[in-house]
Design a protein. Structure first.
Length: 393
């Protein structure tokens, strides 16, 4: 299981090692007797409902070879399957299994962040292999995927800093800073916003839902100290001329959002295509039509790629996952500390998906499964108390 999760940070082609290792994990899990829970059936029904629309859309293509379109559609269905598997895996023995998953995910994220940062600074041989457009991408195809991948483990690390003690809080701070720098050198504005706002959500939820009076004073002090350290780290990075120059370019905004071929023009055209093609136009077709670049909005893309039915199933996945996560936070539970970083990360992923294509992000579907699994654990857990240090992973 750890190897599978770790390979989520190695996405340079499709199918990726993540898909290949899952083919070994799945039968082993069933041989070991993984349970299937009624509370996770929604994910299974969404996948079953989505699949026929995805397959129908494959045969609507005009320019893309059908085998290529089929691979793309099957990868989407596969990623939905991973969500269902993870949900059932985490619903049982939640603390131990979440710890195993997040330890592997954190190791992958730190590895990617270190590789990306060193490559951006030109401190490792072959650094150009881990860069794209002079931005860090590490072992991903795109800086805009690499940056968001680092957010979830950073949120778990931040929660340890806010509520943990001693060495756990210290190492949480170290990991958070490493991942902060890793996100920064991706120069993805969406990832910057994702990291910052998810951090604020974790801070507010920890303060509001889990902190004692003593913790609240500590959180306020730690927040001020942490903000100061981040400013110092940012100032150090910006003291490097090449970093400062690229930061100025990225922070000032660009002109590709406006006009008929800009981001919003593409999205409007894609929506028109969706309305005119109830069965969808199939994967990779949009780039062969009037506008070459993709619309970069998942909620429009799933409609014109998979048709109205496929789009509806995807919307249902997003809405039910948000509802599961937020509803679970309102219920006092020994597992609520597992949910806070998940909800803080996923809510921003949902917003980020309106400006970027996240429908093949492995970590997106992993987080979906984790939310459903932890929500099941919270719904089934007896009202017993677990030591907070045990739930801080």
């Amino acid at each position: 299981m750890s190897i599978w999760i770790f390979t989520g940070g190695l996405v340079l082609f499709e199918p990726s090692p993540y898909e290949l290792t899952f083919l070994a994990v799945l039968p082993m899990a069933f041989i070991a007797g993984i349970g299937l829970y009624r509370s996770t059936l929604g994910l299974l029904w969404i996948m079953i409902g989505f699949t026929p629309f995805a397959l129908i859309a494959v045969f609507q293509v005009r320019f893309t070879p059908i085998p290529n379109a089929l691979v793309f559609a099957l990868v989407t269905v596969f990623l939905m399957l991973t969500s269902y598997f993870v949900a059932n895996y985490v619903a049982e023995s939640s603390l131990g299994r979440m710890r195993l998953i997040m330890n592997a995910y954190t190791a992958a994220a730190v590895f990617c962040a270190v590789i990306g940062t060193l490559a951006y600074l030109g401190l490792i041989p072959g650094a150009e292999l881990f860069l794209r457009y002079d931005r860090a991408k590490a072992t991903f195809n795109d800086p805009n995927v690499y940056g968001p991948f680092l957010v979830l483990p950073a949120m778990f690390a931040l929660q340890r800093v806010l509520l943990g003690n001693g060495r756990r809080a210290f190492w949480g701070a170290v990991i958070y800073m490493i991942l902060f720098v890793g996100v920064f050198v991706s120069f993805s504005r969406a990832a910057w916003g994702h990291f910052a706002i998810s951090s604020m959500i974790v801070l507010v939820l920890c303060f509001w839902l889990e902190a004692t009076a003593r913790d609240k004073v500590r959180i306020m002090i730690m927040s001020l100290l942490g903000a100061g350290m981040l400013v110092i780290a940012l100032a150090g990075l910006l003291s490097i001329p090449s970093v400062a120059e690229l930061f100025e370019v990225r922070a000032s905004g660009q002109n590709y959002d406006s006009g008929e071929t800009g981001r919003f023009g593409r999205q409007g055209y894609a929506f028109e295509l969706a309305l005119d093609n109830p069965l969808g136009i199939g994967p990779h077709e949009f780039r062969n039509l009037r506008i070459i670049e993709e619309p970069h909005n998942v909620y429009v893309s799933v409609l014109h790629v998979y048709g109205w039915g496929g789009g509806l199933m995807y919307y249902l996945l997003v809405i039910l996952t948000l509802w599961k996560g937020i509803a679970a936070l309102t219920r006092p539970s020994p597992y609520r500390l597992l949910m806070i970083p998940l909800v803080a990360t996923y809510t921003m992923l949902v917003g980020e998906s309106a400006i970027i294509d996240s429908d093949h992000w492995r970590h997106y579907f992993l987080i979906v499964g984790l939310i459903w699994g932890v929500a099941s654990a919270i719904g089934n857990a007896p009202p017993r108390r677990i030591e907070r240090e045990s739930a801080l992973i």
